[in-house]
Design a protein around this ligand. Structure first.
Ligand code: 1HE
Length: 265
């Protein structure tokens, strides 16, 4: 079992709670949590370790008023990178976000302020997005003479469709929280703190870990497959998950009529 404290992270603050919920806070508020190369490496380390660290769910939060301002533009300007250097940097972003999306542990993002550029790429890799009323979303790469490099082309377009993403990039369109929920950029918008609301889906932490593994890994993998292959792989995953011994008590409770029924609120 990995001890997350051994990772020695300095740009991401960690607090592991008793029920196995990890609060991971992006901690570069003075730079609006822009992702410099060091922070990307910390994300790789963190999300590589989480599946073997006894973590049942992650709340991904941010210090300060903004979730994440995307690529560290000042570092990028100063580094004057070659095409190959920037390609390799983008591959590290992908490593981090793939570990997050396919890691099998639910990650819930508490969004606020700017969720822009690479910040939206990070947000689009998590499993549940909660916005507060002041959250806004944009892909300003188009206006900065840049292009997305951290997965927006497939993750943001999967959330909102290709046409909306192209419009965001061409025109610099900014979606505010409510409209963002309507089009699918986030699942929840709350009046109060998105952090408090993000703690609620931590109920996910009470699901059986193998079930959560399938939800937070298999769905993404299956969506990358042909329908034939996805049907086959889904059956295999269900064969493993739906016969796990730990599920028997839950099935018995349903059969005995002691388990909660599914009801609208
Ligand atoms: C930064 C960054 C950054 C802030 N890189 N340093 N992303 C963008 O185009 C967003 C750029 N940022 C902004 O538009 C604004 O900073 C915010 C709307 C997010 C916040 O505004 P505000 O008024 O609260 O802060 P600020 O005064 O603009 O910035 C405060 C500090 O954060 C300042 O540093 P300081 O040392 O002068 O105090 C800013 O330089 C710093 N800062 N954002 C570096 N992004 C894999 S490809 C991904 C491609 C992209 O992500 S493109 C980036 C898109």
């Amino acid at each position: 079992m990995t001890d997350l404290a051994d990772l020695g992270l300095t740009n991401i603050r960690l607090e592991l709670q008793d029920d196995g919920v990890l609060i991971a806070t992006l901690d570069r508020a003075h730079k609006r949590n822009a992702l410099d190369a060091d922070t990307v490496e910390e994300l790789v380390s963190l999300f590589s370790a989480i599946p073997r660290a006894g973590v049942r769910a992650v709340v991904l939060a941010a210090a300060g008023d903004h979730f994440c301002a995307g690529l560290d533009l000042v570092e990028h300007h100063g580094a004057d990178r070659s095409p190959a250097e920037f390609m390799h940097l983008c591959l590290r972003w992908h490593e981090a976000f793939n570990k997050l999306e396919y890691g099998g542990v639910p990650v819930i993002a508490a969004l606020k302020g700017a969720v822009v550029g690479g910040g939206l790429e990070l947000a689009s890799a998590v499993h549940i997005r909660v916005a507060d009323a002041g959250t806004y979303f944009a892909l300003p790469e188009g206006q900065r003479g840049l292009f997305t490099g951290g997965g927006a082309t497939f993750r943001v377009s999967a959330l909102i469709g290709k046409a909306r993403m192209i419009d965001m990039m061409l025109t610099g369109r900014v979606y505010k929280a409510r409209e963002a929920v309507e089009i699918g950029l986030a699942q929840y918008v709350v009046e109060g703190s998105s952090f408090d609301k993000a703690l609620e889906p931590r109920a996910a932490a009470r699901n059986l870990p193998l079930t959560n593994f399938a939800i937070c890994s298999a769905i993404s993998h299956l969506n990358n497959m042909s329908a034939m292959d996805a049907a086959y792989a889904e059956a295999v995953v269900a064969g493993v998950v739906n016969t796990q011994p730990e599920a028997r008590a839950r099935l018995e409770a349903f059969a005995n009529k002691t388990a909660a029924r599914v009801r609208p609120e």
